[in-house]
Ligand binder design. Structure first.
Ligand code: ATP
Length: 365
């Protein structure tokens, strides 16, 4: 087994009372792409800045290719960073911007700088743009200049802070695809920050979901979607509604009978759940189907449609169950309309995840 290329161990950073990054450990293989995903304030940017060396860690280590860089300056780490606002110099042309990092290090002769600038601009498909002013470029082209500037010194790791957030939705979609192709073509180990699931899924080989500074789950997009570790991940990565339930029995082979309101479902369970455990059943919209009129039975949860949203190839229904819970269900065009009474049946156990119910923290007062 090859050793990981980038290794982060117990990375921790506090700003006064705020624990911005709380004991994050993860590894990355050479050439792979990691997306740091999470809601505002979860510590994504601070993690990236700790990697870049712009913030000093209170605790923890960062290793690249077996070398400990925790106490190295940003320049000595040889990481390339693209900032959210690109931070281009408006008074310099494209070539001047891309050459900036190389010239300021005074390490390379002119011809070598010119060669690297040409190579970096070719990589981002901006050959011929050398003498253009950055103010004359589109948002997507400016981003590619910022990428070329980060790539020109041939960094060991590329760090991208919200690389798509400055782009309108159409350009964002196209740039996301191009960016994914580019980092894979170059084969550079990349860590990027985003709060958008689509960015993380399209760009990341693996995704680290952060919450309150902690690493909630690390996995491939498929693993996060199919096997979320917590209700938070289930709700943040894809849509999910929550139903309260009680375990009736478990078979010791990974399945449990769970009572939800007045119905019983056989669901994939997880270790530690025993008969009588209170649970949260997280429900993906595709996990429940509308029951045909004649199929009322032990497994059919009843409710009333309260909202219907047409989405083209599918329709999202919001259903208020008889027990007062709200659940979102995907259905075809015919489906049902607001006011209809409906029954809900599991399509399979896929998309239904059982979690132990978290008790509210005790009030210390
Ligand atoms: P966003 O998506 O909004 O950029 P984020 O996930 O990147 O959020 P961070 O910017 O890393 O989150 O911030 C994590 C926490 O640390 C937040 O509570 C933030 O207010 C706090 N924080 C970040 N930088 C500083 C700072 N320089 N001084 C004080 N608190 C800070």
């Amino acid at each position: 087994m090859t050793a990981p290329y980038l290794e982060i161990t117990d990375l921790t950073k506090r700003f006064g009372p705020v624990l911005a990054v709380d004991g994050v450990s993860l590894t990355l293989d050479r050439g792979s792409v990691l997306a740091l995903l999470g809601p505002s304030g979860c510590g994504k940017t601070t993690t990236l800045r700790l990697l870049a060396g712009f913030e000093e860690a209170d605790r923890g280590r960062i290793r690249v290719d077996g070398e400990d860089v925790t106490n190295r300056t940003p320049v000595d780490r040889r990481f390339g960073m693209v900032f959210q606002n690109y931070a281009l110099f408006p008074h310099l042309d494209v070539a001047g911007n891309v050459a900036f990092g190389l010239e300021s290090k005074r390490e390379h002769p002119r011809a070598e700088i010119a060669r690297r600038v040409g190579q970096a601009l070719a990589a981002v498909e901006l050959s011929g743009f050398e003498r253009r002013r950055v103010g004359e470029l589109s948002g997507g082209q400016q981003q590619r200049v910022a990428l070329a500037r980060a790539l020109a010194p041939e960094p060991r790791v590329l760090l991208l802070d919200e690389p798509l957030s400055n782009l309108d939705p159409v350009l964002r979609e196209r740039t996301r695809i191009e960016l994914g192709q580019l980092v894979r073509r170059i084969g550079i180990t990349t860590v990027l920050v985003t709060h958008e699931q689509e960015d993380a899924f399209d760009l990341g080989d693996r995704v680290a979901v952060l919450r309150g500074g902690r690493l909630e789950q690390l996995g491939t997009p498929e693993a996060l979607y199919d096997r979320p570790a917590t209700p938070f991940v289930a709700g943040f990565v894809g849509r999910a509604s929550e139903l309260s339930g009680t375990v009736v029995s478990t078979d010791g082979n990974g399945t449990a009978i769970v009572r939800v309101e007045d119905v019983e479902w056989r669901l994939d369970s997880r270790p530690g759940l025993v008969a009588g455990s209170e649970v949260v059943v997280s429900v993906r919209p595709e996990a429940l189907g509308l029951a045909p009129g004649s199929s009322a039975g032990a497994a059919c949860l009843s409710g009333k449609v309260v909202n219907r949203r047409f989405r083209g190839s599918w329709t999202l229904l919001t259903i208020r169950t008889t027990g007062g819970a709200t659940v979102e269900v995907e259905c075809g065009r015919a489906g049902a309309t607001p006011g209809d009474s409906v029954g809900l049946l599991p399509n399979s156990s896929r998309g239904l995840h059982v979690f132990p119910k978290q008790r509210p923290a005790e009030d210390p007062s």
